[in-house]
Write a protein that binds this ligand. Structure first.
Ligand code: AMP
Length: 450
């Protein structure tokens, strides 16, 4: 299968070949012909699968085919974060370099001036984050009544971030007739399906990866550690692989700042990106990381969304995410396009319950391995006491006890062989009750290995 077979215009093919795109990725193969034919699309694709071209190419082809007679935007791409907006814009500009499709990004954290100028001059394509777009709608500086194509990129993340009301407000300003809607999401919990039902016309579904799965080329490893010693363990791991570009995830903005500072003080160049940094700061940190000038980037889930670094070898979860789906997004940064990736999680006493939710979601075993010298002194309760809302994958019922399933357990094996966090039989998911039994009976031992 080649791009020529997908029905794309020669000007697009030329740009793609210049960028070294030889073969369409699976999502591109499936989505492009359907989108070119004018269908609405419900597309299941993670970051890193080539989804931007999957919607960007048909969108450009449609816009370039007819001149814009109104000066109103004709296509709108909604993204959850500024970084993703910038990245999508850059990609689309690259794909459309031989076409005349004026475009702009719209996001908060920067002045209004450039955005207002661009909108006044007239653009065909707007790539926007919901919050700032609403600001423009309120000021009447953008008119969305001419939108022919709407793309919801990373729709699951937009909903997680509480953008549903904003999205609905924006949708109310778009024409209902003759509008094509393309919705891309890594996961499909009920609210996404509901959104699709309400606002899409007979959407075709394309799924390139089973829901909530991660690339098979990623090795997942869990290092148990006392919460208070996580920083030292991180330092130890980074020092072992000093030249490996590593993305470190922390749960909070404050936490990621403190961690980056700690690494810097310990002699490891690190930058932090999160929602409290200005757009310029975030972009600079990202550029330095991409260029390899800063080997460690500490990020929160939200800021990391949209980071596109091909073949990032390693992701370290300093804290596990509270929402299991975020693990999928986090480690989607590594193991891209078939390359090998490593996803390492430092699991302290507070994280164990999140690990179980992740293993249950991924239905994949994870190796639990002590790092000599960092074995936890306080027992880690690997069982799941009272699963909070965040632990239950959206739209799924709490798993029931499967027969013969092993819980995510940390029964210390004899000797120092690695243990595994077990996912259990795929069709059942993990076992909640079983987990509670496990919690009573199976404690992480406090003794050191070896
Ligand atoms: P995306 O999922 O759109 O963020 O794309 C992930 C990465 O894959 C980006 O660096 C793209 O430039 C790259 N990419 C997308 N499609 C292709 C393709 N068909 N061939 C090679 N690289 C691609």
């Amino acid at each position: 299968m080649s791009f020529e077979n997908l029905g794309l215009a020669p000007t697009l093919l030329r740009a793609l070949s210049e960028q070294g795109y030889a073969t369409p990725t699976p999502i591109q193969q499936q989505a492009i012909p359907l989108a070119l034919a004018g269908h609405d699309l419900l597309a299941g694709a993670q970051t890193g699968t080539g989804k931007t071209a999957a919607f960007g190419l048909p969108l450009l082809q449609k816009l370039a085919a007819e001149p814009n007679r109104t000066r109103k935007p004709r296509a709108l791409v909604l993204t959850p974060t500024r970084e993703l907006a910038v990245q999508v814009h850059d990609s689309i500009r690259g794909y459309g370099k031989y076409l005349r499709v004026p475009s702009t990004t719209i996001y908060g954290g920067v002045g209004m001036g450039n955005q207002l100028d661009a909108l006044r001059r007239g653009v065909d394509l707007v790539i926007a984050c919901p919050g700032r777009l609403i600001d423009h709608l309120e000021r009447r500086s953008v008119d969305l009544s001419g939108i022919e194509v709407l793309v919801l990129d990373e729709a699951d993340r937009m909903l997680d971030m509480g953008f549903l009301p904003s999205i609905k407000r924006i949708l109310a300003k778009l024409p209902r007739q003759n509008r094509q809607t393309l919705l891309f999401s890594a996961t499909f919990a009920e609210p996404i399906k509901q959104l699709a039902k309400e606002f899409m016309r007979d959407p075709r579904e394309v799924m390139v990866t089973p829901q909530n799965t991660v690339a098979e080329t990623i090795a997942h490893r869990v290092h148990p550690v006392d919460t208070g010693r996580k920083r030292d363990l991180l330092l130890h791991l980074l020092a072992q692989d000093a030249r490996v570009q590593t993305l470190v995830f922390a749960r909070t903005k404050h936490g990621s700042d403190k961690l980056a500072l700690f690494l810097e003080k310990s002699g490891i160049k690190a930058a932090a990106i999160h929602g409290n940094k200005s757009q310029n700061q975030r972009q600079r940190a990202l550029n330095e990381f991409k260029a390899g000038k800063v080997p460690v980037l500490v990020a929160t889930d939200i800021a990391a969304r949209g980071i596109d670094i091909s073949e990032l070898p390693k992701v370290i979860n300093f804290d596990l995410p509270m929402v299991a789906e975020d693990y999928v997004h986090r480690i989607g940064r590594t193991g891209r396009n078939g390359s090998q990736g490593e996803a390492v999680s430092l699991v302290g006493q507070d994280d164990a319950k999140y690990l179980r939710a992740i293993v249950r979601l991924l239905k994949q075993d994870m190796e639990i391995r002590d790092v000599p010298g960092f074995e936890p002194q306080v027992p880690i309760r690997w069982g799941n006491s009272a699963p909070g809302k965040a632990e239950q994958p959206g739209g799924q019922r709490p798993p029931r006890k499967p027969q013969g399933n092993k819980p995510v357990h940390a029964r210390r094996p004899h000797g120092d062989a690695p243990r595994h966090a077990h996912a259990g039989p795929k069709k059942h998911g993990g076992g909640e009750r079983r987990g509670q039994q496990g919690q009573r009976g199976q404690r992480h031992g406090a003794s050191r290995n070896g």
